[in-house]
Design a protein around this ligand. Structure first.
Ligand code: GRG
Length: 301
């Protein structure tokens, strides 16, 4: 049962305020420095218009688990840095070869491939430095757990693994649901999962609460990707801030291509119901996470 209080929760204002908070923190934690070119390139993609979903999930989860947003803010920034670097590298000519991202030309289009690769590398390494250096008020064992969980989510067990299988699957017509599931749970789901779980770890959540939040995150992570696949077909490039129809053009296996549009939407709805069921034991303190789950299926970009 979903708490009725979530229906009264003002998600629009919540997201706006949290986006403002995260963007101010990102701007402060990564100011322009020397050598100017690399910092300019890093900031170009990091501060471009994004939903800030991963940092917001981290803050919300930390608060649900009894912590403050302040203790999770450096980790929230790190999550956005990792996410941004994955977008920069994903857009490179050797990967997805995309010209447009977050409503502007992709990083390599502006700075060249060499600097774009280095900007991604620098964002990735700085993410871990930011957590380690800027989380002094949290016990060191929790910070260490967050660093280990993020490293695992990003490497060959997570984003990198998902991206590799995605690249290997390109142009093949025998990609089945199992492979698609692997790609998405690793390429997209792993970072969303660690976003939620890291907030809980920083707050000192019990193992039980961490697992409830992990289930919530896994469900919304998959739903997020199913909706992403649907939007690639149904939304315009203007709405998406990136090229639309790319999956179709590349004949990529997607949930709509394997299940059909209607069944894909039903699947996303079912995942969101399951996500909310995982946190049903909580009251109004879980309203942000419930509302974000609903937003994932309602979003237009
Ligand atoms: C992480 C070491 C390392 C390397 C990168 C390129 C790569 C390996 C992985 C690809 C990961 C990727 C781009 C997954 C897609 C995730 C996704 C659905 C992105 C869109 O997220 P939104 O809609 O974007 O939250 P905004 O711009 O709003 O933040």
């Amino acid at each position: 049962m979903v708490a009725s209080s979530s229906l009264r929760f003002d998600l629009k204002s919540y997201l706006k305020e949290r986006q403002r908070q995260v963007e101010a923190a990102l701007n402060a934690i990564l100011p322009p420095q020397d050598p100017p070119l690399i910092y300019e390139s890093m900031r170009y993609s990091l501060l471009a218009e994004g939903k800030r979903l991963r940092p917001i999930l981290c803050l919300a989860s930390c608060e649900l688990a009894g912590g403050t947003a302040a203790i999770a803010l450096p980790t929230a920034c790190a999550l956005e840095m990792v996410h941004t670097m994955s977008l920069i590298h994903d857009d490179l000519p050797s990967m997805d070869n995309d010209d447009f991202r977050r409503g502007r030309p992709t990083n390599h289009k502006v700075y060249g491939e060499d600097i774009a690769i280095l900007a991604g590398d620098a964002l990735l390494t700085y993410a871990f430095e930011a957590i380690a250096r800027h989380t002094p008020e949290v016990p060191a064992d929790r910070v260490l757990k967050v660093i280990a969980a993020l490293a695992r989510a990003v490497g060959a067990e997570g984003l990198v693994g998902g991206q590799v299988v995605d690249l290997q699957s390109e142009g093949r017509d025998d990609v089945n649901l199992e492979t698609l599931h692997y790609i998405h749970t690793h390429k997209t789901g792993a970072l969303l999962e660690v976003s939620v779980v890291s907030g809980a770890i920083l707050a000192g959540a019990s193992e039980e609460l961490q697992e409830q939040l992990r289930t919530y995150a896994q469900k919304i992570g998959l739903a997020f990707q199913v909706i992403d696949d649907i939007l690639d077909i149904t939304a315009t490039a203007e709405e998406l801030g990136k090229t639309a129809g790319k999956d179709l053009a590349a004949k990529k296996a997607t949930y709509p291509s394997l299940l059909g549009l209607d069944a894909s939407r039903e699947y996303a709805d079912q995942l969101i119901t399951e996500a909310k069921a995982a946190i049903a034991a909580f009251g109004a303190e879980a309203d942000p996470l419930r509302a974000i789950a609903d937003y994932i299926t309602a979003r237009k970009h």
